[in-house]
Design a protein around this ligand. Structure first.
Ligand code: BGC
Length: 413
């Protein structure tokens, strides 16, 4: 399997690839919202200042589903980009198929082993070799609040689901949309995994990381779907198909009270010229203090060989430098993937993330995000997302959803 895919790839590459210049990298990514694009500019400018040109291959679609479909089509056609943004499980899958180049030399020169958290290394390395450069650590289970609405209604960011629903009632009574939600499976799954983590980190581990059947059929998973149903009741009727950043804009503009979303939402706040923690409040989603889900954006280098290798090494080295990781993550909303980047320039939400990460690592409550490619391989992840979205967009009962989830995940395993 490994050799066959790789051999087919080489044959196709020879036949079809359109070479770009040696000192250019073509980068496939899905960073197309305002905040994401601002972060891409940091990367592009940094590379260009070091003599490596940037050919942009942006594929719109939050969470990266569309980008991954395009990537697969490009590789199948023998025309892979030089580098691609990828989440952890994708790195593993592409490496397993034998497509990724080896970054050991640059990793050794820059000491990646000493500064990248073990949980991130577990995805950036394959068979002991570095195959992708991690640029950040995102945390998907945040709650963002409109400071204007919270102040007007004399509310505080909710720490429990009871507080959340009480705040949501007050917001609706005052004429606001309580919950800004987008309408795509990955966005619903971002909320669901936060709910599961909030019930308990043990439940997240057993039902999601271990995909344990008893845990999937448990009363706690039924409870997670009951909470999802209640949340659904506070979402406005126009949410179908809405992009995540438009939901974030509802909070930024003071039309909606709260959004549960990863800290890429903070990139939108910064891009709007506002201060995270001031005009838009940040806290962890109800019940999740003490635990930490993460997703890391990697740059994986395709093994295109020949004259592109130098530009790829250049890009990997740049993306991992302390100065770049600081500048990029200040715009992106995430925290650096390197642990030795000073936190003093970061906002209070990012500083909280850094402190919480250290605490969760020590407590054993740091887990990969299912919705964002660090919990299960793509086929099993899809089994979860299908049921979560089906439940959220129908009147399926919580009991039926838990049973369907267990069936679907067991069939995919
Ligand atoms: C990525 C982020 C991105 C978000 C929304 C996540 O999966 O890790 O970098 O901003 O999706 O597109």
């Amino acid at each position: 399997m490994k050799l066959t895919s790789k051999m087919a790839f080489i044959a196709c590459t020879t036949a079809l690839a359109t070479p770009t210049l040696a000192d250019e990298v073509e980068v496939l990514h899905w960073w197309t919202s305002g905040g994401e694009a601002a972060a891409v500019s940091v990367l592009k400018d940094d590379l260009e200042s070091k003599g490596t040109g940037w050919v942009d291959m942006a594929v719109a679609g939050g969470g990266g589903d569309a980008a991954m479909t395009t990537l697969r089509a490009r590789v199948t056609a023998g025309d892979p980009p030089t580098a691609a943004q990828m989440l952890g499980m994708s790195v593993r899958e592409w490496a397993d198929e034998g497509f990724l180049g080896n970054l050991n030399e640059v990793a050794a020169a820059e000491g990646w082993d000493d500064v990248v958290p073990t949980a991130v290394q577990a995805f950036g390395k394959y068979d002991g070799n570095w195959v992708a450069a991690p640029v950040n650590m995102h945390r998907p289970h945040w709650i963002w609040g409109s400071a204007k609405i919270f102040e007007e209604l004399n509310l505080e960011l909710p720490a429990t689901w009871d507080e959340f629903f009480a705040a949501a009632d007050a917001m609706e009574a005052a004429g606001y949309v309580a919950v800004a939600q987008g309408g795509q499976a990955w966005q619903e799954a971002t909320v669901w995994e936060a709910v599961v983590l909030g019930i308990s980190p043990d439940l997240y581990k057993s039902a999601i990381i271990d995909a344990d059947e008893d845990a999937l059929r448990s009363a706690e998973i039924v409870e997670s779907f009951e909470i999802m149903r209640r949340i659904r009741g506070y979402v406005d009727p126009n949410f179908a198909g809405r992009d995540w950043n438009l939901a974030t804009a509802m909070v930024i503009n003071g039309e909606a009270g709260m959004q549960i979303m990863g800290d890429w939402a903070k990139g939108e706040v910064i891009n709007a010229g506002l201060t995270p923690g001031v005009e838009v409040l940040c806290g962890v989603s109800p019940g999740t203090q003490g635990a930490f889900l993460f997703n890391t954006d990697f740059f994986a280098m395709f093994d295109v060989g020949g004259d592109k290798a130098a530009a790829q090494q250049n890009m990997a080295a740049s993306a991992m430098s302390v100065t770049f990781q600081e500048a990029f993550n200040l715009a992106k909303g995430s925290i650096p993937a390197r642990t030795d980047v000073p936190g003093d320039k970061f906002d209070t939400c990012a500083q909280k993330s850094m402190a919480d990460l250290a605490e969760a690592t020590a407590a054993g409550t740091l887990f990969g995000s299912l919705a964002h490619g660090h919990g299960q391989p793509a086929a099993i992840q899809a089994a979860y997302l299908d049921v979560v979205t089906q439940h959220f967009n129908s009147d399926m009962s919580a009991e039926d959803a838990a049973a369907a989830l267990a069936d679907s995940v067991m069939a995919a395993k």
